[in-house]
Write a new protein. Sequence first.
Length: 206
Amino acid sequence: MSNPLLHRPGSTGEHVLQQEHGTAERADRFYRDQVLDHLNERMREFVGRQEMAFVATSDADGACDATFRAGPPGFLHVIDPRTLAYPEYRGNGVMASLGNLTENGHIGLLLVDFVRDVIGLHINGRACVVDDATLRATVPDLPRETVPGRRAELWVLIDVDEAYIHCAKHIPRFVPAPRTRAWGSDDQRRKGGDFFGVKAEAAQAT
């Protein structure tokens, strides 16, 4: 007899807990009504106007990293209903997320609209790192950088496995404030400096 848990979205762990805690029927309703294996038209429109995303990756041993990416609307580029890409800019040189993806291709994105619709979208899938020239050769409408001081040399290319809503009830509504962003700057003050005192603490320890 086949195991019905194997034919539902989500992980084995979440299915087991649903059975233990009596939430399987509610979860099945969510899977049925809210989870897709692609980006539908409304999701694609939502992705195309976002200016930020939270990104989750892990290495081969499962050690996790969560980070933040931002750019002008369209920096998250939907290639087709099952594929999207976002650019990687020059940062602190650590390349934690990209390093994880070279070991473990699983990726999770959380996009939250704090301003207009006050809703979120989860996108889970498998990713690889592609250089700009290679991706641009196959995706001719890939956006070109218009912000002075930065250029995407690498892109994260994602094959979508799951896309589903993040409910609105606890998302705060924000009002954007004018701000000049120092894209591409190496000015430590503009980047936040030693805000958490780590450099000072390390100096005291030596």
